[in-house]
Design a protein around this ligand. Structure first.
Ligand SMILES: [Mg+2]
Length: 181
């Protein structure tokens, strides 16, 4: 079978939410970046964990998943975030830009309809901090109909943790073994 896609979010995953006092994890190095479309005097602070860059690079160069950014950073994921983490270059999903005031306008993650069409019947592991129970139902239904689908949902205040990637590796090796048999 084809390799599963790895859909990777950024905010709440690679950039955990700041604590109530504005502090950010000591593991994460602060950077100031200028996302596309912002004025040059309107840069934004971000924070990234260099060790995650190394761990993700190791995962992505192992050839067990096909990575795709799935984030409202869109192309800036490939030009700003990936390079700051030292990640290999990989593509991004050109997500729509709905006029929404919540990330769950229909009770589920706003990215999902686009992802669903884009994936078609490809297996996928999707890491995002913002799934609802309807997204988990969607993944379960895809899996039940023969398209392995894993949602990995970090706590947005903690971001991606080692156990999430362990879960991913275990899941991928299981489906590759199952489908190769
Ligand atoms: Mg997020």
């Amino acid at each position: 079978m084809t390799l599963p896609y790895l859909l990777l979010d950024i905010d709440g995953v690679l950039i955990p939410f700041p604590a109530a006092d504005g502090s950010t994890p000591p593991t994460h190095v602060r950077h100031t970046v200028l996302p596309t479309g912002r004025r040059s005097d309107d840069s934004v602070p971000i924070w990234l964990d260099p060790s995650q860059g190394r761990i993700l690079t190791d995962l992505l160069t192992n050839g067990i998943v096909t990575p795709v950014w799935c984030t409202s950073w869109r192309n800036d994921a490939t030009t700003i975030i990936g390079p700051l983490l030292g990640l290999p270059d990989f593509p991004y999903l050109d997500l729509p830009r709905p006029q929404i005031t919540t990330s769950h306008p229909d009770g589920y993650l706003w990215k999902r309809d686009h992802v669903d069409v884009w994936l078609a019947d490809a297996p996928a592991v999707w890491i995002d901090d913002d799934f609802t129970s309807l997204d988990h139902d969607w993944a379960a239904e895809r899996t039940a109909s023969g398209t392995p689908t894993l949602l990995v949902q970090p706590d947005p205040h903690l971001g991606l943790q080692p156990e999430h990637l362990t879960e991913l590796r275990t899941w991928v090796s299981r489906i590759l073994t199952t489908h190769a048999a």
